[in-house]
Design a protein. Sequence first.
Length: 461
Amino acid sequence: MSLVAFLDNADRAVSVPARPDPRAARFHRSMPGYEPTAVAEAPSAAAGLGLSRLLVKLESERFGLPSFKILGASWATCRALSLRAGLEPAATFDELRAIIPRLDGLTLVAATDGNHGRAVARIARLLDLDARILIPEHSARARIDAIAGEGATVDVVPGSYDDAVRLSSALASDDHLVISDTSWPGYELVPGWVADGYATIFEELAEQLGGEPPPLVAIQIGVGALASAAVRALASPGRVIVGVEPADAACALQAVREGRPVLVAGPHRSIMAGLNCGLASRVALPDMAAGIAAFCTIDDRSADEAVRLLLLDNLVCGETGASGVAGLLALRERRPERTWESLGLDDARPAALAICTEAPTDPKSFAPISDGESGTRRCSCAMRVRGSRRRVPFLISSPTSVADPLLRHLVADQAPRRGAGVRARGAVVELPPSRGCRRSGLPGARCAWPHPRGLLSTRPA
Ligand SMILES: Cc1ncc(COP(=O)(O)O)c(C=O)c1O
């Protein structure tokens, strides 16, 4: 089962919250190495999901880091340091740098499940400040090393991400400034600024699209700061924003259900690092409750599948980066017919937007997923054989059920339209080999279809 829980929030009062602070985007543009991230089309994934179009904003690289998090960390640091210095928010990175000498040996502190801590460590390095980053013990070695590689002191702390947050809050002092992306009673300004920083993603998007963003948006949720920024930028009565969380760290779903942040007991061990949070951010909650139409929680298999689905369009996203798409995939699997209409959209094949929030950051966990070694799956595909549709059972021995909707599309829908090279002989369906893979093995049916790394193969069930 890949969709584990679903909370329909359709009765929400769709109030459009305050619009984001435009100063954040101006500040980001002044930072060394600023470039807007691209928006990619994912036609194969869209077809597999029954969408007319899937746009993916690629946050797999921002300022040389593998996620969007530096947008929040940099703007929140700018606001917090300016406040400490008793000044108006620095308008540019150079202005911010100029106030550092007034601040006398400050250390930036953050708890992290990976990316936020690395981003805070990078900002500290750019500003010649020290950084101390607290990370839970189950974190991947590669993520810990990446933070240390920014020159930060890394404390690997016993317990969960939420324990790390608690310990980091206790370090606040005159010379230790906590830059947290989540909030707790009495600590709300900085996490609000973090969400303001993420608004740059949506500001760029508005310029890049030059028109209305798609009516369906999938957004992955850890503590909810990114979701809050998404709601502020995109919520409108005609748009459905779907929040996606790992099943064992569904803190936003629980918080919206109960009307307050509640600690979801661990262990939170999803491969969707960054989303392993047990407590939603209290400052993000009102935006999520007002603007997110449905929350779904997914297991790791959906994240695996989404990684591979996006690879079909040559988009290399990490497990967390692909998790918005994983939510769409899980919804599609749960209700293959009228999937999107059941969410309140009036279009059976709407266009959708997802954000690839992270590149692969843990090669040890990513390689088996992208190489399709994480399981063999029994499934079937509909094939048109001599004009009639049949379901053919088979095992997909590498990329799993990603291929299921995709195969259905490629074999049943696209093949007849592809013309030359597509043949149906008996139960044999042949597609012209395109980018690489032409492995078969299903007696009576041969399939070859585009995959950048030639990983798809079938054999009989
Ligand atoms: C890659 C990635 N995507 C999404 C998120 C979710 O962001 P938020 O915690 O603001 O909900 C995180 C959080 O760390 C992350 O690292």
